[in-house]
Design a protein around this ligand. Structure first.
Ligand code: SF4
Length: 332
């Protein structure tokens, strides 16, 4: 199938007073038309930086795309001017941010906030744009949309504000929607409703989705492919079935073990991955997960494992796949 997005060898760094933080290193993945993929990993792993790089919303001048390409519909947007990106954001690519209360303008009525993007990209009248805003509120399941467009964000509940964010992101029918932790601030019932809504909209509008989350539980709900990031790199990728039933990377396994299960004893403690991610001012020479990995071998500290195929659709970077690792003593 046709790729809507193709990222090749993306490297992003941040200039800080302590030096250059290599936040994203050698990231490559693609999203097909109509496909929903998830990028998972703990805080600081580079998933949100990757999303902001796609939107070209990295803070300037501190952040810099050092290397790599981001092909949107075959065009490298890394090279586009700010003016050209203004036409892409909200139009070809929509984004739902984590916290709707800080992403929505508290002083502007909801209808205007939805209509703004439509007026900018579609060049239609304010009246027509507001009619479209009513339709969008209806689409995301908000009752009495004719009345609601005249209200302010503080008059909406958390779940409704997140629905408004989805309405804004989808108002111009983008072909790609990036949802960065879209349900983190919501309780589990509302979280399930929002995920269900995004899934329905994806099917209705054939929009491709990149869901960014630290919660593997929400991934199975709506994605077909998973990209696992650790310390600015992709460590494993595969179909949802492969990642959930046959994970190969110790970090992916650790993430899966940390999801609460229904059959857990009430006294059973949740599994955690001990330690902290490496300092990206000076990333490790070998495998980035080495200091926290229970399966680590001597070679892991010295040499970076290749990102290799485990199956036609699953890839992983871990020395455990090497034939010699079967006799771990040779490697330890
Ligand atoms: Fe663990 Fe080594 Fe695999 Fe890294 S390469 S995840 S340290 S076994």
């Amino acid at each position: 199938m046709e790729n809507i997005l193709e990222i090749n060898d993306l490297n992003v760094s941040f200039d800080t007073s302590a030096g250059k933080v290599k936040a994203v290193r050698g990231v490559s993945f693609s999203v097909e038309k109509g496909e929903a993929i998830a990028i998972v990993g703990e805080s600081g792993c580079g998933k949100s930086v990757t999303a902001k790089a796609i939107m070209r919303l990295l803070p300037s001048p501190q952040a810099k795309i050092e290397k790599g390409s981001i092909l949107l519909n075959g065009e490298n947007i890394v090279l586009k001017s700010e003016k050209a990106m203004g036409k892409i954001r909200g139009n070809e690519v929509g984004m739902i941010f984590q916290d709707p209360m800080t992403s929505l303008n508290p002083t502007t009525k909801i209808g205007i906030q939805i209509a703004e993007g439509i007026i900018r990209h579609r060049r239609i009248s304010k009246k027509e744009a507001l009619e479209h805003a009513i339709k969008m509120l209806e689409l995301v399941g908000i009752s009495q949309p004719e009345k609601r467009i005249h209200q302010y964000p503080h008059e909406f509940s958390g779940g409704m504000r997140q629905r408004v964010m989805i309405a804004i992101a989808l108002a111009c029918r983008p072909r790609l929607l990036i949802a960065d932790e879209p349900t983190t601030a919501l309780d589990v019932t509302i979280q399930a409703q929002i995920l269900q809504l995004m899934k329905e909209l994806q099917q209705k509008t054939d929009t491709s989705i990149i869901l960014i989350t630290h919660d593997l539980g929400v991934v199975a709900e709506m994605c077909s492919k998973v990209v696992v990031m650790y310390a600015g790199e992709i460590v494993e990728t595969g179909s949802v079935e492969e990642i959930f039933s046959k994970p190969t990377h110790p970090y992916t396994k650790g993430l899966l073990k940390s999801i609460p299960r229904l059959d857990m004893d009430k006294h059973e403690k949740l599994s955690t991955i001990t330690g902290t991610p490496p300092d990206l001012l000076d990333p490790p020479k070998g495998c980035s997960f080495y200091p926290r990995c229970e399966m680590a071998m001597k070679i892991c500290a010295e040499h970076k494992p290749e990102f290799e195929a485990v199956s036609p659709t699953q890839y992983s970077s871990c020395w455990l796949k090497h034939p010699m690792a079967k006799n771990r003593k040779q490697f330890v």
